[in-house]
Design a protein around this ligand. Structure first.
Ligand SMILES: [Mn+2]
Length: 322
């Protein structure tokens, strides 16, 4: 299917590369890397990476502004559903291609390349660029690695395979880059965020069946001089807590006038619950948006039910073994 994608890329003079709202490093890095590689291959084409950025990721790369476009190919990366595409001109695209690693939600592209077994969209692009022999350099390789390392949480998840390491090894050898530069861009953070993390750890509450959660009001966020996105992004820092099967950070988001919810799991499948509350994501890493803290309580209650069934399922399996 890579060749089919390249065939379409060849046809269009204008190519726009978009991704989901609420930018994260995998989404951002995949679009920047694809843009830069295609710009090297086709210097005459107009190729843009679009969407709202975040000051947090400014040192990863700069996005383009596209206010109007005609007769263009739209490539959508890292996004399973049409409504979450961060680009207002979706409807005017002549053709859409989706490349993604999220569980399938809906078909919106004429060509869709989805590989759920991959830990990041950047890993798919590493494979695509290598297979199609598209241009690459150390900067592009570093960008791809950055997204991969972020979405796999530094190779922590089971979606990391021998194939992942083979690709990383191939790029690192062929286009050398400095690993510490990547980690600095991703993980360097101000003391105020560490203090907020301490507050979260101190104030988590735990349900009967292992759902760990915290609710942060706008006041809490302001007190720590943080923003709702950075609070939610701390979710990955609370992995491996013995008592917690599922953990949740609920953050008031005054700017968007709703409540942002980040969810992670060590076993129970959580994306169905997230979908019920106008969210979604992966089996063990999801997010949602609700309108008030009461609705967040309902979501936490649903997650507790999921954990309860999960524990019951595990016990039944143990009985069978005995
Ligand atoms: Mn991703």
């Amino acid at each position: 299917m890579y060749h089919q994608i390249l065939k379409e890329i060849k046809k269009y003079e204008t190519i726009v590369i978009a991704r989901h709202v609420g930018v994260d490093p995998d989404a951002l890095c995949s679009q920047l890397a694809l843009r830069d590689s295609l710009r090297l291959k086709y210097p005459k084409k107009k190729i843009y990476a679009v969407g709202n950025g975040s000051t947090k990721f400014l040192n990863i790369g700069i996005l383009d502004k596209v206010e109007s476009a005609q007769n263009f190919l739209l490539i959508i990366l890292d996004t399973p559903d049409r409504k979450r595409i961060d680009f207002p001109l979706v409807d005017s695209a002549s053709m859409m291609i989706k490349i993604d690693h999220h569980p399938f939600v809906e078909k919106f592209g004429e060509i869709e390349y989805i590989d759920e077994t991959k830990g990041s969209t950047c890993e798919i692009l590493m494979d695509l660029i290598k297979t199609l022999k598209l241009p690459c350099n150390s900067e592009i390789a570093q960008t791809l690695y950055c997204g991969l390392v972020s979405d796999t949480n530094r190779f922590l998840f089971d979606s990391t395979t021998s194939h992942t390491f083979q690709l990383v090894s191939y790029y690192l050898e062929k286009y050398p880059f400095v690993l510490s530069e990547v980690y600095k861009a991703l993980y360097l953070r101000p003391l105020k965020e560490v203090r907020l993390q301490g507050y979260i750890a101190e104030n988590f509450s735990l349900t009967e069946n292992g759902v760990l959660s915290i609710k942060l009001t706008n006041e809490d966020i302001v007190r720590f001089k943080a923003d709702s996105a950075s609070a939610g992004n701390m979710i990955n820092n609370f992995n491996f807590i013995e008592e917690a099967l599922v953990w949740v950070i609920v953050t008031e988001d005054l700017k968007n006038n709703n409540i942002r919810i980040n969810i992670r799991s060590r076993g129970p499948i959580i994306n169905q619950v997230a979908e019920k509350y106008s969210g979604g994501g992966h089996a063990f890493a999801s997010g949602a948006r609700v309108s008030c803290f009461e609705e967040a309580d309902l979501l936490i209650h649903d997650l507790d039910e999921v954990c309860k069934n999960y524990i019951k399922g595990c016990e039944e399996n143990e009985d069978k073994v005995e």
